[in-house]
Every structure is written in structure tokens, then in C-alpha cells.
Write a protein that binds this ligand. Sequence first.
Ligand SMILES: NC(=O)C1=CN([C@@H]2O[C@H](COP(=O)(O)OP(=O)(O)OC[C@H]3O[C@@H](n4cnc5c(N)ncnc54)[C@H](OP(=O)(O)O)[C@@H]3O)[C@@H](O)[C@H]2O)C=CC1
Ligand SMILES: O=C(O)C1=N[C@H](C(=O)O)C[C@H](O)C1
Length: 275
Amino acid sequence: MTDRPGVVVTGVSGRMGRMLVHEIEQDGRLALTGALERSGHDWIGRDLGTMLGGAETGVIVSDDADKAFAKAQAVIDFTAPAATVAFAEKAARAGAVHVIGTTGLSYDDLKTIAAAGRRAVIVRAGNMSLGVNLLTQVTRQIAQALGDEWDIEIVEAHHNRKADAPSGTALMLGEAAAEGRGVSLADVSDRGRDGMTGPRRRGDIGFHAIRGGDVVGEHEVIFATAGERIAVRHIASDRALFARGAVRAALWGQDKAPGEYDMLDVLGLKPGRGT
Ligand SMILES: NC(=O)C1=CN([C@@H]2O[C@H](COP(=O)(O)OP(=O)(O)OC[C@H]3O[C@@H](n4cnc5c(N)ncnc54)[C@H](OP(=O)(O)O)[C@@H]3O)[C@@H](O)[C@H]2O)C=CC1
Ligand SMILES: O=C(O)C1=N[C@H](C(=O)O)C[C@H](O)C1
């Protein structure tokens, strides 16, 4: 028996799933009590440690989320939108803190997750790193200080297996820029221009996605006007930083009231909420 909060990692064979198992072991403040993969996956019923090429851990990979969540205090979930929406309901029912890193969530997905967040603690962020979360604040401040004669463009680059565009981080940065300007991102978003687009619309926020090789994640916000340009940039070179943020969020959420939180709450960068 252990008094460490128990945690389940979903999508455990994925890029982030593997990284999370490693980080949970290294960090030592959470006990890994469950590991999930989708039904029919080769790893189901097998020992997680063996599947990862190491010694047996006693954690058997399962596709039964309800059973795994019932024994845990936290769920760390970097999977895919449909899976995350289903996990949100199940984690809320089990009373486990649900840390959501999954991106590409639709408006309806977000509504379902928000409903689960009225019953349990959810920490959701398109990027769990300190650097990116600081960058959102800097972006908001710069956008607030500049008029709309400054064009804002967000450029992101990721590996060639990434399923969604723009990235969750690019959207966080876009939201921050729009907030700084006092406009709704939905009204000014201009994604991936192509063809005879005509001149740029004043006030738009442009998004551009590069996909290639093994790029972990790079984001740049460009503010451009006549005669000058400002660029702020974040480069992630190791997925471990996202896993560290997720573990920190799972621990932070343990004594919080039900609600949907983000990494600014966890990092103490949003005074007056949940701290
Ligand atoms: N917020 C952040 O800081 C970060 C967010 N991400 C996001 O995390 C997500 C995952 O990224 P990544 O690890 O690279 O992707 P991977 O495709 O490598 O991993 C996703 C894993 O989830 C599994 N999965 C899908 N559906 C289910 C299900 N219903 N039940 C259990 N497991 C399931 C997949 O299985 P299968 O292969 O069979 O589909 C796969 O093993 C993406 O949305 C990505 O954008 C990534 C890094 C940082
Ligand atoms: O899919 C990824 O890899 C990443 N996804 C997140 C995103 O969509 O922004 C975070 C990070 O950039 C890596």
C-alpha cells in the first residue's frame, strides 16, 4: 500500500503515454495504478513494464477505464478527442482529477468536458510547459499594447505524425492575442492561406502549420507593421517537459474544488483562482 495518489495513464503506448510512465517513475510522487489502451490493442492483458522493454511492474494494460479509474485519484490523458471526451465522463464519475493534454478538441467536445468539470477537477491545456504558458501571457501583453495596424501571425512546426492543425498551443497563443486585442478569436482567425486570397484583412490573426520529421514542437508569434517586426518564439526539444507539467497538474489538482482549470492555475500565474 502507498499513500501516494494513484494515477492511470491513458494511451500508454503512444509518444506521450510512454513519456508519462517514465516521468511518473522518475518523479516518485504519484503511484502508477493503471495503464489504458484501446480495445483490441496488442498490449491489452500484458504487463506494462514488459511492453516497454523493461522489468515487470505488476501494472497490466487494460481497456476497462471504469475499473482503472475507480482505483485512482488522477488520470493523465494524452490520446485523441473521442477518447478524451469519454474519459472525462468516466473520470468525473470516479472522482479522479483528469489532466487533459489532448488537442484537436471540437467546440462540442469542449462543452462535454466543461460539463464533466462541474462535478470533478479537470486540468486541460494545449501545452503543459512553463515556457509556452509564459509565452501566452507575453503574447497577450504585446497584443494589448499594439494597435491593429500590427498584423499577428502564428507559425507552428511539429512532427509528421501529428493529427491536428493548428496545434493546441497555436490556438492558446491565438486566444491570448485575441484577448489582448479585446476581440473574439473566432471572428478574426485566418487559417492556412492558399490561392487568390486578396490582401490581408486588418485585425486578422493568421495560423500556419508546418509538419515534418521528428520536430517536437515549435511556436512563433509574429507582430508585423510597416518598418518593424516583433517575434516571440518557444522551442520544445524534449517531450519530457509536457509530461513533467502533467504530473505537476495531477498533484496540484488533488485538493482543489471541482472545476475546469488550466496550466496558468497550476503554475500560479493566474492569481485569485484555485490557488
Ligand atoms: N498538452 C500538451 O502539452 C501536449 C499535447 N499533446 C497531444 O496529446 C495527444 C497525443 O499525442 P501523442 O502521444 O503524440 O500521440 P500518439 O498517437 O503517439 O498517442 C496517442 C495514444 O492514444 C491512444 N488512444 C487513442 N484512442 C484511445 C482510446 N479510446 N483508449 C485508449 N487509448 C487510446 C492511441 O492508440 P492508437 O494508436 O491505437 O490510436 C495512442 O496509443 C495529441 O492530441 C497531442 O496533440 C502532445 C504533447 C504535448
Ligand atoms: O502533438 C504534439 O506533439 C504536440 N501537441 C501539442 C499541441 O498541439 O500544441 C503540444 C506540443 O506542441 C506537442
